[in-house]
Write a protein that binds this ligand. Structure first.
Ligand code: AVJ
Ligand code: FE
Length: 434
């Protein structure tokens, strides 16, 4: 598509960048400079690293690669290359301080807005449809989710607030939904800001299967704990069993037991674990063990996407479960509007054509699948976004969490992580063969 045929593309790119920066500012202005430079967990970067890395990636892709400019500060570029320094080592680097990092990111953004005014949004793969601008808005939002994870790991008094979920609530009658056998279109070749691993669209076949209508709740997960699920090796993959033994894991991350009651810490507040909320902060191994205990299994990635996008009336795959329209607050819990998932049974308007609910937003959903390229995959614009992570060591998560912005969330969007990870906003639902 040409720029002329897409009125508002420039405005959409600008608005997406601005929304991302407002969220970055809120997450980084909420804490002291000491909290910005501290490492709250060896799993995470100091927040001030994310802040300057956001600016540095924006400079790299928009000012250097698109506009052909020289590096603004060549000496700092290696500090913010995620592949040069693992997260655990980042606090020891001579990083920009909070004020310098803010100034740098703001200076890059000013130049990017000048560029966005003048550059044609066509003529190269990076420019077509404003892709590079959309990619950078998604990159910043992904780091905003990462920074929200750091906030969750941070000890101390709460600094973030958000209204409680107020979504329409209408629990479905059926526990599970039958997804028919047959082919469907997986992935996309049309979505203009889709990332390389979502492409291209291709046909996939699945057998018939039953999919949970809703994500697994805390109440259901507690039944697994109460039944001795964490003490029963037969439910666990070998490496998962080893992890829970070695680290004495007996519940989701951030849960603890007090006087016979399960409590959890959430952004600095300790509260009873809410029964009806989707379970959060579980590893792939925990999800997999629960599913086996329940006599079920995790859905494959293809099954998840078919349940989310396949419309049997048309044979088409839609952009989102509810259709092709962009998400609104009646469809899904996205964008950090709330600091928690909504109750399972919320968002009836977000149901897929087959009737599966809450696939988008609330919690990332672990799937059974390894993170692998689709047939015809081409790394774009850099191998280090997806390609270097393909293989059996990473498992795919789908659907996005309450902490994912709509710009970085679609029925085709793929996330991935190591199966031991549980600080992420991860939950799951289960499936079974029909
Ligand atoms: C897609 C969330 C796994 O955070 O490691 C950010 C996104 N890539 N900067 C990550 C990403 C480069 C990525 N995940
Ligand atoms: Fe990054």
């Amino acid at each position: 598509m040409t720029t002329e045929s897409q009125p508002g593309l420039r405005e959409r790119a600008a608005a997406s960048l601005t929304a991302a920066r407002a969220r970055t500012a809120a997450l980084t202005d909420a804490v002291t400079d000491a909290d910005l430079t501290a490492q709250h967990s060896p799993l995470m970067s100091p927040l001030v690293w994310d802040l300057a890395h956001i600016g540095n990636q924006e400079e790299l892709w928009l000012l250097r690669r698109v506009a052909g400019r020289e590096s603004m500060h060549p000496e700092i570029d290696p500090l913010y290359d995620a592949f040069e320094h693992p997260r655990a080592e980042r606090p020891k680097l001579p990083l920009l301080g909070p004020a310098e990092a803010r100034r740098y990111a703001a200076e890059v953004r000013g130049r990017v807005f000048d560029l966005l005014e003048s550059t044609p949004l066509e003529g190269s793969a990076l420019l077509d449809d404003g892709f590079a601008f959309g990619m950078i808005a998604q990159h910043e939002q992904q780091h905003d989710e990462t920074m929200l994870i750091t906030h969750q790991l941070r000890r101390g008094a709460p600094v973030l607030t958000a209204p409680e979920p107020d979504a329409p609530y209408d629990p479905p009658a059926a526990r599970e939904v039958l997804i028919p056998a047959g082919p469907f279109t997986m992935g996309t070749s049309a979505e203009p800001w889709s990332l390389d691993n979502e492409r291209p669209a291709h046909e996939r076949e699945t057998a018939a299967f039953w999919m949970d209508t809703l994500p697994v709740t805390n109440a259901a997960y507690r039944a697994f704990i109460a039944d001795g699920g964490y003490r029963e090796p037969r439910w666990w993959a070998a490496a998962g069993w080893e992890q829970i033994r070695r680290h004495s894991i007996g519940a989701p991350l951030f849960w603890h037991r007090e006087g016979g009651e399960w409590l959890r810490r959430r952004f600095g507040v300790t509260e009873p674990v809410p029964d009806e909320e989707p379970v959060l902060h579980v590893s792939w191994y925990e999800a997999d063990a629960y599913a086996r205990w329940a006599g079920r299994r995790l859905p494959t990635e293809a099954e998840w996407e078919k349940a989310a996008r396949f419309d049997p009336a048309t044979g088409r795959s839609t952009r989102y479960p509810w259709g092709d329209a962009d998400p609104t607050p009646v469809h899904a819990n996205l964008g950090q509007r709330h600091l928690r998932p909504s109750r399972a049974g919320s968002y009836p308007a977000g149901a897929s054509p087959l009737g599966v609910r809450q696939l988008i937003g609330d919690v990332w959903e672990w799937t059974a699948s390894d993170f692998l390229p689709y047939p015809g995959f081409r790394a774009f614009p850099y191998r280090e976004y997806s390609e270097v992570f393909f293989g059996p060591e990473h498992k795919v998560l789908r659907g996005g969490s309450f902490a994912v912005d709509p710009v970085a969330c679609r029925g085709t969007f793929r996330n991935w992580d190591l199966p031991v990870r549980r600080q992420i906003f991860s939950g799951f639902r289960t499936a079974r063969d029909a």
